[in-house]
Design a protein around this ligand. Structure first.
Ligand code: SF4
Length: 332
């Protein structure tokens, strides 16, 4: 499939202030030189511990945050790829419509004093989609597409359960016909018993509407279930990227190995030993020199402390990239 989104060297730094006069004393490097692409119709998983930058990256993609630098090329219509960070006016508005987000917390992402109809009608009107009667019909169909009754549109958010609210949020993200949806931990606030239901619904909608997902989660089994490819982030950078099967079968970065070793597997698999990471994630204000993972890496060698490993293609693999001095890599 063709590439729909191509991010190059994206950075998002926040200033750190101190004292009464808010003197800038440093920068949080939340996203630090991330390059990756997404193919139309696929799901790209983004994983990593909290604070690794995955949510900030997601917000930059939907432009709730403005990246500090970098390019974000997107395929607008049948046309060529355009850097949507440089568009303005009508084109920028149109590009924003095509990329939507679903948040983790369905309790706070719906306005409690508005009916579902009002919450849906607002973006539809903003994007000049249909007459009043047509919009009402669209909202009814959308609610049905997430397995809710059409007449629920006249109810308020508090009248629904967590799972129902998240389905409403998904339907609302879909109402202005986006192509790419950033799903930021969409099921982690829900009861385990209804997580699978919502995930399966998302998969069905993806097929029916040819949607592309960027799926952010810290739960690796959820990400594996949803994703075609997975990018592993550590301290603002992507350290490994591969297809789900490849990543789970043969991870090449010690951080990925450690994350995967914590995922429970069937009893029979006794070969796998749990790798316990030393210490906490270091501060993104002053990340370690060389390989950012080196203070916690059991395989660290001398060069790791001074030189950052480049993000390169794994040897003999088509779609597997890794940033580690010990990994066998080659030029593209
Ligand atoms: Fe570990 Fe060195 Fe690889 Fe970093 S580059 S992950 S410190 S072995």
């Amino acid at each position: 499939e063709e590439i729909i989104l191509d991010i190059r060297n994206m950075k998002k730094y926040y200033p750190v202030y101190k004292g009464l006069f808010k003197k800038v004393v440093g920068q949080v490097k939340a996203v630090d030189d991330v390059s990756l692409y997404v193919r139309k119709g696929e799901t790209l998983g983004l994983v990593g511990e909290s604070g690794c930058g995955k949510t900030t990256l997601g917000k930059c993609i939907v432009r709730l945050q403005k990246p500090t630098s970098g390019e974000m090329r997107y395929r607008l219509g049948e046309g060529e790829m355009r850097d949507i960070l440089k568009l303005d006016g009508r084109e920028s508005f149109e590009a924003r419509r095509k990329i939507q987000i679903v948040f983790q917390d369905p309790y706070s992402s719906l306005n409690p004093v508005k009916t579902i109809y009002e919450s849906f009608d607002e973006p539809l009107r903003l994007h000049r989609m249909g007459t009043k009667a047509e919009r009402k019909e669209m909202i009814a169909r959308l609610l049905e597409s997430v397995n809710l009754r059409a007449d629920y549109m006249f109810r308020y958010p508090h009248e629904f359960s967590g799972g129902q609210r998240q389905r409403i949020c998904i339907a609302r993200a879909l109402c202005i016909k986006p192509e790419l949806i950033v799903c930021d931990e969409p099921v982690s606030a829900l009861d385990v018993s209804i997580q699978a239901q919502v995930l399966n619904l998302m998969k069905d909608l993806q097929q029916q509407m040819r949607l592309t997902y960027i799926f952010i989660a810290h739960d690796l089994s959820v990400v594996e279930y949803m994703s075609d490819r997975i990018a592993v982030m550590y301290l603002g950078q992507v350290v490994e990227l591969a297809s789900s099967e490849e990543l789970y079968a043969a991870p090449k970065h010690p951080y990925t190995e450690a994350l995967l070793s914590a995922v429970p597997t069937p009893e029979l698999d006794r070969k796998k030993e749990r790798i316990v990471l030393k210490g906490d994630v270091p501060s993104p204000v002053d990340p370690p020199k060389g390989c950012r993972f080196h203070p916690r890496c059991a395989k660290c060698i001398d060069i790791c402390r001074v030189e950052a490993p480049p993000f390169r293609k794994a040897k003999g693999k088509e779609d597997h990239f890794v940033a580690c001095h010990l990994a066998d890599t080659e030029d593209i």
